[in-house]
Ligand binder design. Structure first.
Ligand code: ADP
Ligand code: ZN
Length: 742
């Protein structure tokens, strides 16, 4: 087929861009979204592999919005469906879902809406889709496309395998001409192949986006006093929702209890709870009623909460895939987020036992290899994101600037002497000691293990008492990684010196070591995190405003029975706190504020920002602040305006457009414009740029000069070829007059 017929028309892409702004409030597509949408709009099959938070939904929702008919979305999780449909509705897009939780009468209404073409998106569970009669019903619907969400569920290789998914291949037979788009956050090759073949996709184009999540600050902390660290972290982020992942159900419960005892709103979640208990905690977390969830990895699959600000791994995950998936639940809204991993060598040992127990030898080998990669990540002395992406066969050009190593690069020094002390202590204790015991010996501790072994009598006892525990801990791990000794697992994890170790001990080889900074510093937002939205520092006016905005969001969300992030995302509130928009134009300029949301919430948020600014603060508009034009001084003496004019001006200052004011006050548009003109003429400050931009003012000014003298409005109107209406021309005239100080 010639290419010209198979690419989306420019018109459709234009409509797609407009829809993005209008419904989602976003100015630009993310890089891959454009290509994907273009491909889908040209009617072809598509596979999208993008990490969680990458922006997959937009890829099929926008084509659904700009195409005729209804997009059928297959989604495996009831909770997710509900969330997505709520979010769509909040954006002003007609959407609905049908699954086992929807009653017959409601389902009939939805079906009718679909048949009559009133729905842009219809979400269904695979069971429902494949159930008796549903496919026949779909025959009556004008289907724009099928979107198969969480498409990896089709693969029996994966951990989320759902047998119903394997029958989705019939869609192609029933609807041969309808394009199918499959989306997943799983990128491995086997899954990809299963998706293509089982869905009977026709020469699909596969879009594999980068798996980088630059807004997540990656931190690894030594595994000492974990509860203390967690509490301290929460105390410093008292409003931020987060998840703590633990290995066992028991740990989940105890930690959650400890947090609650300290006044933290925490709850636990694991597979041992009843479904009712689980959905209760989950709901509370979604609503921001519970700040912290302590969970086993069972938690997270079914939730779509975009404002999770941090994830803590209390225990070491068993491989990088798992780790990456779990940290991916933080910061889906793109705002700065944190992932902290507690790490100690004991974790590796514990995990090693777990992943090799009761499994065939080959599997055990594979599991161990994967665990070692995880360990390598945890012990890294160079950019952690590079290591992570490297694992997924991606390369990062430069260091990320948003991990603990990048923020606090370790310094290298000659560590030969330190290494010799440790090696000598290992040798003198007859290579019978484990890492922890070795550190105790070096630091001259008098505990039972030391005394029992008689290690207080060896020559190197206390030779390293000048260094704190954590430094020794780090140096010994570096020596291990450098191959100076190894661990004999079968001998109670005793350290054994290698040939290379002996060389260092004898002074034949020197050893560079890295010194790390204390962990707290590594967590501060750094200027280096270029792509990540900055977080307001606690106590600043911006942070105070952010806090107020967040409270208002919560209040609105509770009133409307939706999760707070459905109202606005954290990223959107952060931008509001920084920009403080008090006009319609300003508010619509905030990323994440679309038309519908502006209409629903805009006024309340503008009001809050105005209140926060204080009564004397003149509303400044970002458009105005940015403009280079000098602000005209009020040359006209302030004259009283009428009450009615005043009411109009007040609404204007709240950010309403003349059209909105007219509607609100039940006045004719011309009356409102006259009010505004009169008020401006009487010296009231208005945001003139809401009506005419700087460039437009300049154009009108030039026209005026060209015409010479004092041209009539009619002359100007004609000269400018009817580009501006009379209201704009009059306001511009006043502006210029005030500028000249007349
Ligand atoms: P995924 O389904 O891949 O996990 P989502 O579709 O939920 O990701 O998108 C993650 C977040 O990014 C959402 O808050 C979404 O609104 C936002 N987002 C998506 N596309 C854009 C865009 N073009 N500009 C700004 N934000 C976007
Ligand atoms: Zn880095």
């Amino acid at each position: 087929m010639p290419d010209i017929l198979t690419t989306a028309t420019p018109d459709l892409m234009q409509a797609a861009r407009q829809a993005l702004k209008r419904y989602y409030g976003y100015d630009n597509f993310r890089p891959m979204q454009v290509d994907i949408i273009q491909h889908i709009l040209s009617g072809k099959d598509t596979v999208v592999l993008m990490p969680t938070g990458g922006g997959k939904s937009v890829c099929f929702q926008i084509p659904a919005v700009v195409s005729e008919g209804t997009c059928i979305v297959v989604s495996p999780l009831i909770a997710l469906m509900k969330d997505q449909v709520e979010a769509l509705k909040a954006n002003g897009i007609a959407a609905a879902y049908i699954n086992s939780s929807v009653g017959q009468a409601e389902a009939n209404d939805i079906a009718r809406a679909a048949v009559s073409g009133h729905l842009k998106l219809l979400y269904v569970s695979p069971e429902k889709l494949l159930s008796e009669g549903f496919l026949q019903f779909l025959n009556r619907v004008n289907i724009s496309l099928f979107a198969i969400d969480e498409a990896h569920c089709i693969s029996s290789w994966g951990h989320d395998f759902r047998p119903e998914y394997t029958q989705l291949g019939t869609l192609r037979t029933h609807f041969p001409g309808t394009p199918i788009i499959a989306l997943t956050a799983t990128a491995d090759r086997l899954t990809q192949r299963d998706i293509r073949t089982q869905l009977n996709l026709h020469e699909p184009k596969v879009f594999l986006s980068s798996f980088d999540r630059p807004n997540i600050n990656l931190i690894v902390r030594p595994g000492q006093d974990r509860v203390g660290s967690v509490l301290e972290y929460i105390a410093r982020h008292p409003q931020d929702p987060g998840i703590i992942y633990c290995l066992s159900r028991k740990t989940c419960e105890t930690i959650s209890q400890k947090l609650v005892a300290k006044g933290v709103k925490a709850g636990h979640y694991h597979a041992g709870l009843t479904p009712a208990q689980r959905s209760k905690v989950q709901e509370a977390f979604l609503q921001d009623d519970v700040q912290v969830i302590v969970a086993t990895i069972a938690f997270g699959m079914g939730i779509d909460k975009s404002n999770v600000r941090w994830v803590i791994h209390y225990n070491l995950p068993k491989n990088i895939e798992g780790y990456y998936q779990e940290i991916g639940r933080a910061g889906r809204d793109g705002a700065q987020s944190t992932a902290i991993l507690f790490y100690s060598f004991a974790d590796v040992m514990q995990m090693r036992e777990m992943v090799t127990k009761d499994v065939p030898a080959r599997q055990a080998q594979l599991n161990t290899a994967k665990l070692e990669r995880m360990q390598q990540f945890a012990e890294a002395a160079s950019c952690r994101r590079k290591i992570l992406l490297n694992y997924f066969s991606e390369t990062l050009g430069e260091d990320c600037g948003n991990c603990d190593i990048c923020r606090n690069p370790p310094t290298t020094f000659d560590g030969t002497l330190i290494a010799q002390k440790a090696l000598s202590a290992v040798a003198r204790s007859k290579e019978r000691v484990s890492i922890n015991l070795l550190i105790d010996i070096l630091r001259g501790m008098r505990n039972q293990a030391v005394l029992q072994g008689g290690y207080h009598q060896i020559k190197t006892y206390g030779a390293g008492s000048d260094l704190p525990y954590l430094d020794w801990y780090s140096y010994i791990h570096q020596m291990l990684n450098d191959g100076l000794f190894y661990i004999a697992y079968e001998e109670g994890y005793a350290l054994k010196i290698t040939e290379r170790g002996h060389q260092v001990l004898k002074g034949q080889l020197s050893l560079p070591l890295k010194k790390f900074q204390p962990a707290e510093k590594a967590e501060k937002p750094s200027r280096a995190s270029k792509k990540a939205a900055t977080v307001a520092t606690i106590g600043t006016p911006e942070a105070q405003l952010f806090d107020k905005l967040r409270k208002l969001r919560k209040q609105i969300a509770d009133e409307q029975g939706v999760p707070p992030y459905v109202v606005f995302s954290d990223a959107t509130l952060q931008e509001m706190a920084a920009e403080r928009p008090v006009s319609r134009v300003g508010m619509l300029g905030i990323s994440g504020v679309g038309m519908k949301k502006f209409e629903t919430y805009g006024e309340a948020f503008i009001k809050l920002i105005l209140e926060h600014e204080g009564p004397q603060a003149a509303p400044t508009d970002s458009d105005e602040v940015l403009s280079a034009a000098p602000r005209p001084r009020a040359a006209v003496a302030n004259q009283p305006v009428s009450d009615s004019e005043d009411a109009t001006v007040q609404l204007h200052q709240m950010g309403l457009s003349p059209e909105d004011i007219a509607e609100r006050r039940n006045l004719a548009l011309t009356t409102v414009k006259t009010h505004l003109y009169n008020a401006y003429a009487k010296g009231r400050e208005l945001r003139i740029h809401d009506f005419v931009s700087d460039t437009e003012l300049a154009e009108i000014f030039t026209a005026r000069t060209q015409l010479g003298g004092d041209p009539t409005l009619r002359d100007l109107f004609d000269h400018l070829r009817e580009k501006y209406d009379y209201f704009q021309l009059r306001m511009a005239a006043l502006y210029h007059k005030r500028l000249r100080g007349q």
